[in-house]
Design a protein around this ligand. Sequence first.
Ligand code: PAF
Length: 273
Amino acid sequence: MQIIKNIEEMQALRGKMEGSVGFVPTMGALHQGHLTLIRQARAENDHVVVSVFVNPTQFLPGEDLEKYPRREEADRKICDLAGVDALFMPEIGAMYHDDEVKLKAPAYLGYILEGHRRPGHFDGVVQVVMKLFNLIRPTRAYFGKKDAQQLRILQKMVEDFFMSVEIVPVDTVREEDGLALSSRNVYLSPEERERALSISRSLKRASRLVMAGETDAEAIRLAMEDMMREIDVEYIAVVDRDFRPLERVKLKETIILVAARVGHTRLIDNIWI
Ligand code: PAF
């Protein structure tokens, strides 16, 4: 596996790659969820590139940029063992310049739910992913469905800018007890982790209610809220695939999303119905 820190080297290596290139952009602290993305990329492409870059522009002032987990050595080993061809780990100065041209997330999709709670977050995500796509020129790029809003915004970026990369959504990976994998789970104390389980449990309940014939979004929302009384719920949203609010759940067209704080840790999760 080649480890690349420098833009020119990345461009040169990409130039030599023939056939398809699968790309998994990450912020490191790789876990089983990332590994699932990498494995799928490995199975579907001639070459696999993974990036590890804790992107400062998608963190708001006061968020966890400084303490975001950094595990460079472990990330290298995981990528090597998973058969990654190139691991791109640039420094901030290589990725960003002074007084840059800036991309903006869509006015609706980028500023509701996660974008409402974290205004400007998705501007930073589109900025960095556009840079990474231009450098790596992937055939396919792999993103987890746990970050459903990010996934939809990046699909839209590719559509809006006529880009030829295929965005591949990959199912959320969960611990045995249902907790969705996230690099931020390391912040949870054992007691908080226990309380955090109410998020996935409430989503499971929502899914059971739908399977039993319930379609009323408000009834589902209330049932979920009731299960998450011991954590600080920021939102429960029942939306369509374009994130428009739904009053009635429609099969194969609905996403139910939760954001909540457990102690100092902010967690998100969702189910696709
Ligand atoms: O999902 C993430 O880890 C990040 O938002 C991404 C896509 C790597 C951009 O920094």
